[in-house]
Design a protein around this ligand. Structure first.
Ligand code: ATP
Ligand code: MG
Length: 419
């Protein structure tokens, strides 16, 4: 890709309403733009990061037998009345009416719709377990949207749901998701941990949260040395405040801030009972199915990853979710035909090797280009000017370490550029 057909929208000024670094950097590097409170447009650069995260999630969920579906974002009130949540959910649920005066809401989560979907085709235990997921827009009318896409009103979530004949099957599947989530967050190269959690509005018996550890996190988590622990809120509910303090003193556990990026729940029969989802078992008796649900905050991960990876110049993307693996920067190619030809040759070479590259062919000086790419945070930079063209070499610059070296052409085969 070239910047001539991949617009770069970096800006100097910081947004006036930004309280955290990731929000500032996402605006400055041209990843997002605000539409209204808690709502953002995703520009091409930001969208590429989102897509990389989505693909890692897809691959890992497919590998545990979870299949992708898509459900409508606008949901009829009837289903929410059936589950009993229409009156319980509170003002986070954005409700409205259509032209026929029917009530609808904008989906903050999809237990009702997915339960209704699966029950229509479910009759026998032989069809179970079933695992489905979607990656889609959710809307929650958050009381205090803030930190950019971290706590937005409209955001992108991966939500998965599982259906089982018994609790044993749910337990097995729940463990598979735990493992898949660990793989996902490892591949995203995040410093994360899994903790025991409350199941909040969604309900159910057991639940775990996945947190990216960062000072700007809104949650407090209690962790031991190997990063095992609990959400402090839950710890206090379970043991009360004084006992929690005693536990901290005794065990040397530490309080840290976490950004919740994933949440898994054993729902049990909460929704299947309310919405009457039953299958005939081996003895032809009707049994209520067991369910699990599993969320990941896809758009929140973008912000969380930045909170863990930046310096004074800008974002420092980890390899797996950087918008590009490498940026090729030419110097003065508009004024010098040889530099232009040589840069084009390097670019074709990178493309033929299937390397995820963006070629900055803008008519700008090197300083401006470097400032932009350091802000954007692509991990590898290749620079081509007069000297490099004459010697048939390249200058390589590492974004994280700032190290610069002259390298031969076969450096393009280096493993750091591979996918
Ligand atoms: P939180 O406690 O942060 O409000 P939650 O418990 O309400 O999260 P879930 O209902 O479990 O969240 O949703 C699954 C995931 O969706 C969360 O783990 C989080 O990563 C993400 N998420 C939830 N609310 C938002 C939001 N307002 N903006 C961005 N991502 C969100
Ligand atoms: Mg919430």
């Amino acid at each position: 890709m070239k910047t001539s057909d991949f617009p770069i929208f970096t800006v100097k000024n910081e947004p006036s309403d930004s309280e955290v670094t990731s929000h500032k950097l996402m605006i400055k590097s041209g990843m997002i733009r605000k539409v209204s409170s808690g709502q953002y447009n995703w520009l091409p650069l930001g969208y590429r990061v989102l897509e990389k995260i989505k693909n890692i999630i897809r691959e890992e969920l497919n590998s545990i037998g979870c299949r992708e579906i898509l459900m409508p974002i606008v949901q009829p009130s009837e289903l929410w009345r059936e589950s009993g949540r229409w009156d319980k959910y509170g003002p986070e649920l954005l409700r409205f009416k259509d032209r026929h005066d029917r009530e609808f809401c904008f989906g903050p989560t999809f237990e009702e719709v997915v339960t209704d979907l699966i029950r229509q085709d479910l009759s026998s235990y032989k069809q179970l377990p079933i695992n489905v997921f979607q990656i889609s827009t959710k809307f929650r009318d958050e009381i205090r949207p803030r930190f950019g896409v971290m706590r937005a009103r409209e955001f992108i979530m991966k939500d998965a749901y599982s259906f089982h004949t018994d609790s044993k099957s749910l337990d097995d599947t729940y463990n598979k998701y735990k493992n898949a989530y660990n793989e996902i967050f490892k591949r995203l190269m995040l410093d994360f941990t899994m903790v025991d959690a409350d199941s909040g509005n969604i309900g159910g018996s057991e639940s775990h949260e996945f947190h990216v550890i960062a000072d700007t996190g809104e949650d407090e988590i209690l962790l031991d040395e190997s990063l095992n622990g609990m959400n402090t809120e839950i710890a206090i509910k379970k043991f009360n405040e004084t006992d929690v303090k005693k536990i901290i003193e005794k065990t040397g556990m530490k309080l840290k801030k976490g950004i919740e990026v994933g949440h898994i729940f054993k729902l049990g029969k909460k929704y299947s009972e309310a919405m009457n989802v039953r299958v005939s078992d081996k003895d032809s008796k009707l049994k209520t199915v067991h369910m699990g649900c599993y969320g990941i905050g896809v758009s929140r991960i973008v912000a969380a990853a930045i909170e863990q990876n930046y310096d004074e110049k800008g974002i420092v993307w980890t390899d797996s979710i950087s918008p590009f693996k490498v940026v090729l920067i030419d110097i003065d190619s508009q004024k010098n035909e040889d530099i232009k030809n040589y840069s084009e040759k390097i670019y074709s070479n990178l493309i033929s090797k299937n390397i995820d590259v963006i070629y900055d062919d803008r008519d700008l000086n090197l300083g401006k280009k470097l400032t932009d790419w350091e802000l954007i945070g692509v991990p590898n930079m290749l620079i081509v000017g007069n000297k490099e063209t004459e010697k048939e070499k390249l200058t390589y610059k590492n974004r994280a370490t700032d190290e610069k070296e002259e390298v031969p052409l076969n450096f393009l085969d280096d493993k750091r550029f591979k996918n």
